[in-house]
Design a protein around this ligand. Structure first.
Ligand code: AMP
Length: 470
């Protein structure tokens, strides 16, 4: 039988993606950017790219594929010489445009060349694009970075900082942006800090990255997170900041902490691992159950499962083995073969499961397909009972700000009660952490976008084609 596993999921429109930018006085930065992107690979597997600046000349290479695939031969990295550069890994859903929409985008405008890369989601991008098109601007990609580049180019009479600041005033949405001119590296975090961006130090320069794990990988020292609405400008004179909106309230995407970020990253003073483990502890208190072992859905549920086991006193064990060569690129089947996909990715360690009452911990339920399949596999392997515990509340609303959640009609949390979900996945019991419990697990009391859980969006979503769907 030939199994047809599509690489791309039709109804996913969001771009998670990761960005990095490095400024060094003398060092060649392409290698560091490469390893930084490697550390950010989990944020996007569909394309990768690096642009570097050599005394004002920008060269770049980008293509569809993983970082290691894109830069695997023909000395592509060696050809990228320069002491300043930016890089991007992309997670998109438009299968036919994988290569063309790869970032960074390098353009020439009246003031010279700029390279630009961003992640997140600009919710008014379609309107902005239309305004530009009405003015005769032509686009080569469907990428929002091209919209931003064109907007910046319109303000060519102003210093680049001012031009970027003007564009920030017009952009609505979530983004972390890195931009390189002929002599400056600029980093911007959206006005509500929905997407993360942090700053690190290397010997003779600075690094901007979506997550701190990229700094660790290249031996950079973490300095701080970029603030919401902050623009950081790095050049031969050092580093300075401009605030677009000093008073905006931080709304970090909670899904970065639930699922997207790597557990070894710190975001806005929160250790991702600790928050997930604490969520597991709180979940154990909120939804206790009598059982023999706690197991995790690897890798997403591991930190919370450790916390659940510690708090409940039920031993942590390994019950599912993940094929380590299956990444998120591969496992993106459409609904009809999604269930087969789970089997390819995960297998039961029968020896640990047989005859046991199992607590299965995962970070989230989106469609419910993964859990349903896993419960079935565990029961087939001889589990006496399977109690599913989820370290986030039900995902009930679509994300318009860069997390890949499906339309509302496919979100099981939006359409079924907890009892109905439990019945659908055939678990012996099902428990979700509460919203309060989840926020508490971060060690903070507020400052998060929780829209996917409670529908309270941090800004109005323009009802324009492509941006708004139920
Ligand atoms: P589902 O099968 O649709 O309920 O998906 C739940 C599983 O997908 C969980 O194991 C999550 O860790 C994982 N997951 C959650 N959000 C995402 C996302 N945005 N992209 C890919 N996988 C995700």
């Amino acid at each position: 039988m030939i199994m047809n596993i599509n690489l791309i999921d039709d109804d996913k429109l969001k771009e998670e993606c990761g960005v990095i930018g490095i400024y060094s006085k003398e060092e060649n930065v392409a290698n560091m950017i490469y390893y930084g992107l490697y550390a950010l690979q989990h944020r996007g597997q569909e394309s990768a790219g690096i642009a570097v600046n050599n005394n004002g000349t920008i060269s770049y290479y980008k293509d569809a594929g993983l970082v290691s695939e894109v830069f695997n031969n023909n000395n592509k990295l060696e050809k990228l010489n320069g002491n300043m550069g930016i890089g991007h890994v992309r997670y998109g859903a438009d299968s036919e445009k994988l290569a063309i929409n790869a970032q960074p985008l390098v353009v020439k405008y009246k003031k010279g060349s700029i390279a630009i890369a961003h992640n997140g989601s600009i919710v008014n991008a379609n309107s902005l694009r239309e305004i530009l098109e009405d003015d005769g601007v032509v686009f080569q990609t469907t990428n929002d970075s091209e919209v931003m580049a064109n907007m910046i180019a319109r303000y060519h009479k102003e210093e680049i900082e001012k031009a970027v600041n003007r564009v920030m005033e017009l952009l609505k949405g979530s983004y972390a942006l890195v931009l390189m001119t002929e002599n400056k590296l600029i980093g911007v975090r959206d006005n509500q800090g929905i997407r993360p961006l942090c700053l690190g130090k290397i010997d003779d320069g600075y690094v901007l990255a979506s997550e701190s794990c990229a700094l660790d990988t290249i031996g950079a020292e973490f300095i701080r997170d970029i603030e919401p609405g902050e623009m950081v400008i790095i050049d031969e004179n050092g580093i300075k900041s401009i605030f677009n909106d000093k008073w905006s309230k931080k709304k970090l995407c909670i899904f970065e902490l639930i699922y997207l970020a790597r557990p070894d990253s710190r975001i806005d003073d929160i250790s991702v691992y600790h928050a997930r483990k604490e969520a597991g502890r709180i979940l154990a208190r909120e939804c206790p159950v009598d059982a023999d072992i706690v197991i995790a859905v690897p890798d997403s549920g591991i930190s919370a499962a450790v916390g659940y086991a510690e708090e409940s006193g039920i031993p942590y064990s390994i019950g599912l083995i993940k094929n380590r060569y299956v990444g998120r690129t591969f496992i993106k089947p459409n609904q009809s073969n999604r269930e087969e996909g789970v089997k390819i990715k995960l297998n039961v360690l029968k020896e640990n499961i047989e005859g046991k009452r199992v607590v299965l911990v995962d970070d989230s339920i989106v469609r419910g397909t993964t859990s349903r399949k896993l419960v079935k596999m565990l029961k087939k392997a001889g589990a006496k009972e399977v109690h599913l515990r989820i370290s986030s509340p039900p995902v009930m609303f679509p994300c318009y700000f860069g997390i890949d959640t499906p339309y509302r009609e496919h979100l099981v949390g939006a359409n079924k009660t907890i009892e109905e979900i439990c019945e659908m996945i055939d678990a012996d019991s099902l428990g979700f952490i509460s919203e309060e419990g989840l926020v508490k697990s971060t060690g903070k009391t507020d400052g998060f976008c929780l829209a996917c859980l409670n529908g309270d969006y941090p800004m109005e979503i323009p009802r324009e084609e492509g941006a708004f769907h139920e």
